[in-house]
Design a binder for this molecule. Structure first.
Ligand code: SF4
Length: 241
């Protein structure tokens, strides 16, 4: 995310699984190791300021689709308590029945209690997890994702949806198709992110991106269970005003 300008923190996704989306600010990703990621720069230890920013973003939610996705450049458990209460309040006020949070694998044992908490309020909590690939070696050695040995089936016990990251040197048509196939067989939805240049040591590989765009994108672009983000601002949040 650019450090200049005010980040856009609210948007509406009208195609496929229509929903509103807010990008909130938390205390910062506790993992922070994924080699391709600098999203976690959007964070602060100043809880009062985070809450002020988050309340402003949440105030824009209308409830038009009854569905809200909350991202926070980390895991939802890194949001402050008042923000969590505000999310709950807004969901109830705007009659939102479907809520999405993102979470890292290391928090997997905390998810069930939150699903239960929201269920009691009539809200279905869906969990989105960045797995990036189901190739455990690639995930460990290239991405340093912190999910060593996690099988797709185990991940599916916690996550309802997964994010995949394509456009990296070493990925092939077969590897990308295999990740998509596994994702669609075990999860409700998948979100494919294409690597973009950022401040990290991992760079997009134009040949892999072209291969994806030419041979895979056309196969899945109409699939309602597949979101494809060619740019990481394609959901409408994360850019700047
Ligand atoms: S991808 Fe997610 S878990 Fe990994 S460092 Fe970035 S914010 Fe943290």
């Amino acid at each position: 995310m650019s450090e200049q300008g005010t980040p856009i923190r609210y948007s509406v996704i009208t195609e496929k699984n229509p929903r509103e989306i807010v990008m909130l600010r938390g205390s910062g990703c506790r993992f922070k190791r994924c080699r391709f990621c600098d999203y976690h720069l959007d964070s602060s230890k100043d809880e009062a300021e985070n809450y002020r920013i988050n309340r402003e973003a949440l105030a824009q939610v209308t409830g038009q689709f009854g569905s809200l996705e909350v991202i926070n450049s980390g895991s939802f458990l890194e949001l402050d308590k008042k923000t969590m209460e505000e999310i709950t309040r807004v969901c109830q006020e705007k009659k939102i029945h479907s809520l999405r949070f993102e979470v890292h694998w290391m928090y997997r044992n905390h998810v069930a209690q939150w699903k239960e908490h929201f269920k009691e309020l009539g809200i279905t909590l869906k969990i989105k997890m960045g797995v990036e690939t189901f190739d455990d070696t690639f995930r460990r050695e290239i991405f340093d994702k912190g999910m060593e040995g996690a099988s797709p089936e185990e991940i599916a016990k916690t996550a309802d949806e997964v994010c995949l990251l394509f456009g990296i040197k070493g990925q092939t048509k077969e590897s990308m198709l295999s990740d998509i196939k596994t994702g669609l067989s075990l999860f409700e939805r998948i979100c494919i992110n294409i690597m973009v240049e950022n401040t990290t040591e991992i760079h997009p590989d134009q040949e892999v991106i072209e291969l994806f765009t030419r041979e895979i994108y056309p196969l899945y672009i109409q699939n309602d269970r597949v979101d494809i983000l060619l740019e990481n601002t394609d959901f409408g949040v994360g850019g700047t005003l």
